[in-house]
Design a protein around this ligand. Structure first.
Ligand code: 6R9
Length: 630
């Protein structure tokens, strides 16, 4: 299923458009099914109702583990690199990983988890996180991984939305020179989560934690009570595999739902092709498993292809800015998949951290999460890839399950800051505000996809109407991505950023409405408006305009109070970079905040604010501009 030339790509692409069912059936044949499908695809984008490989039976963990045992049982499946470089790394072979997954799956069963039950996972980046994820999949439980940076309230909202029965966590996590008290956060969250019956706690940082009788149990104790024999649950292709929450235009994060068969095929196919993965290569994706990139390209994609995948607990700048390169050298990484924000941050340390580090193992570089600026692209290319490694700038989303528009390494000619061309099976269209499809090249518009692909979301958990409204109602019969995009003279795609009220901070999606809700929870705040602004390292920063009538006393302290409130409500990742106290917000006569104006002010570009005559009180704009200058 690997594409090896541009001509082959074109042939495959054409086939995927002309005969999508034949195309995907052929790809799906490379996976292990307990029973093959009756029908490859049935769909409509109006309800929406999307089914891939209907009637097929499988278990994704047999594809990620069992099928590699006979020939590759001793091959490393996971290489774990700890936060502290002085500590030993750990390698788990496919055989050992299989054993651990089966054993932990039995722990879940013993604690009452059944097929279809939801399990929340809130863990550090340790091998046991992958074990927990795969153990859920083994028994047909639906995992909902929550990133370690979210607050107790965010976790509680997610647990309640999915009605999770069990939580898997650890005492704490190491991140650079910080420790995060994960169990404490879970304890706070669970005060408001009646659906949770059991909490399994892994020891990692070994900080003191409270253990509630009847509810909290230790991972290490539980695994002693079960054996390693756990037959894989037979799943329908369209059974739920996982829920992953992501931000949108409205205040409440959505639980994006992925199903077993299509997701597996798409994650595996894109992994194998985009990175041109070769047997025995080491693949290092620097994302956290708490995000979709980690789901698809640390766990499911690589393991389904029998690859060796690196799990890195730490951060690129700890203990110093050479760490990521040290990890590459130490584990002889062949493919490095990271984010523009990490590249920009490491760029700022100059070339010294790379000096003397052996990066010759690298063959392919990847970028994901946000637009990569040309400067960062060239720096990555020249200093890390030594101008020899193709860079795959991969555009995709939590909702798409896997990479959508991207070069295929060694196949697609690249162009800095362009995601280039759609992968086989993906039919992008650019649409104007009125919903007209924009044909031809050298054009830009809103990016939509007009035909289903196996990895696409099926629904938003517990609220199908919301899925329809968010993705399938803006334009008829199309999936709307929320991104703006241009197609250049060569037909190459360049993603220009979100066109909705979502900000992309260091590759993390944050809804402006979510941040506003959090700020507004502070007792003294009357109203707030949040917009994104260009940030040298993070890509975008968060700028909050806040009406706080009594902030005059100590503005700095009030700012800190607001940051603390946001940290409590969402998590530290959503803290505004700038807070400006204002006496009013620019509103239209119908009461809508004109964000366009605030965005301009946040960018520091006040020369052309456009038409402000429709504002209720135009004077407020001058006041904000004056304050923003200070
Ligand atoms: C995989 C992931 C999705 C949003 C997406 C877009 C932005 C992702 C990008 C990119 C430009 C790329 N995005 N990859 N923008 N070039 N190569 O990041 O999923 O967290 O859901 O974010 O990220 O705006 O809509 P997710």
């Amino acid at each position: 299923m690997q594409i090896n030339s541009f001509e082959e790509y074109q042939r495959n692409y054409q086939l995927s458009v002309d005969q999508p069912e034949e195309f995907w059936a052929r790809i799906a044949d490379n996976f292990l099914w307990k029973k093959k499908w009756d029908k490859v695809l049935s769909w409509n984008f109006s309800e929406p109702n999307i089914k891939w490989f209907e009637g097929a039976k499988l278990n994704i963990t047999e594809n990620c583990l069992d099928r590699h045992l006979a020939e590759n049982g001793d091959k490393p499946a996971i290489i774990w690199e700890p936060n502290d470089p002085q500590k030993d790394s750990i390698t788990l072979s496919y055989k050992i990983l299989h054993e651990q997954v089966c054993r932990f799956a039995n722990v879940l069963k013993k604690n009452g988890v059944k097929k279809g039950d939801r399990v929340c996972i809130y863990m550090p980046m340790v091998p046991e996180l992958a074990v927990a994820v795969l153990a859920c999949a083994r028994i047909g439980a639906v995992h909902s991984v929550v990133f370690g940076g979210f607050s107790a309230k965010s976790i509680a909202d997610r647990i309640n939305d999915a009605q999770c029965r069990l939580v898997i966590t650890a005492d704490g996590a190491f991140r650079g020179n910080k420790q995060i008290q994960l169990k404490e956060v879970i304890d706070d969250a669970l005060i408001g989560c009646p659906s949770v019956e059991k909490v399994i706690v892994l020891t990692h940082t070994r900080t003191p934690v409270s253990m509630l009788k009847g509810r909290d149990i230790w991972w290490e104790d539980e695994i002693k009570l079960v054996d390693t024999n756990c037959p894989a649950e037979e799943m329908d292709a369209e059974d739920l595999l996982f829920i992953l929450y992501t931000s949108g235009s409205t205040g409440k994060p959505k639980g994006v739902v992925h199903t077993v068969g299509g997701y597996m095929v798409y994650a595996g196919y894109t992994f194998s092709n985009v990175f041109n993965y070769q047997p025995d290569e080491v693949f290092f994706c620097t994302a956290d498993i708490g995000w979709i990139t980690g789901h698809s390209y640390i766990v499911y994609g690589p393991l389904s292809q029998g690859a060796t995948t690196v799990i890195f607990e730490g951060i690129p700048t700890y203990p110093d800015a050479s760490r990521m390169w040290q990890v590459v050298e130490k584990h002889k990484v062949n493919i490095l998949y990271t984010a523009p924000t990490a590249i920009r941050s490491l760029m700022s340390f100059g070339l010294q951290p790379i000096e003397g580090v052996d990066l010759t193992s690298l063959r392919v570089l990847g970028s994901v999460g946000e637009p990569i600026n040309e400067e960062a692209w060239h720096w990555f290319d020249e200093n890390i890839g030594k101008s020899k490694c193709p860079i795959v700038d991969t555009w995709w989303q939590t909702e798409t399950g896997g990479i959508m528009i991207s070069p295929i390494a060694f196949v697609t000619p690249t162009k800095p800051s362009f995601a280039t061309l759609p992968l086989p099976g993906i039919q992008p269209v650019l649409v104007d505000e009125q919903g007209n499809v924009i044909e031809g090249n050298d054009v830009s518009g809103n990016l939509c996809i007009k035909f289903p692909w196996p990895g696409m979301l099926r629904t938003t958990y517990g609220d199908h109407e919301r899925c329809k409204q968010t993705y399938f109602s803006t334009y008829d019969n199309m999936y709307f991505t929320g991104d703006g995009c241009l197609r250049d003279v060569d037909g190459y795609y360049r993603i220009t950023g979100r066109v909705d009220d979502v900000i992309n901070v260091s590759g993390h999606r944050i809804g402006t409405a979510e941040v506003e809700n959090a700020i507004n929870m502070h007792a003294g705040v009357v109203e707030s408006a949040v917009v994104g602004f260009p940030h040298d390292v993070k890509g975008q920063g968060i700028y909050a305009f806040v009406i706080f009538p009594n902030a005059h006393g100590d503005e700095d302290l009030t700012r800190k109070d607001i940051l603390q409130t946001v940290t409590r409500v969402i998590g530290a990742i959503a803290k505004p970079d700038k807070i400006l106290f204002v006496s009013g917000l620019p509103k239209t006569r119908s009461g809508k905040i004109m964000r366009r104006i605030l965005r301009k002010i946040a960018e520091g570009d006040t020369t052309n604010l456009g038409d402000i005559t429709t504002l209720l009180d135009p004077a407020v704009v001058d006041e904000i501009i004056e304050k923003a200058k200070k």
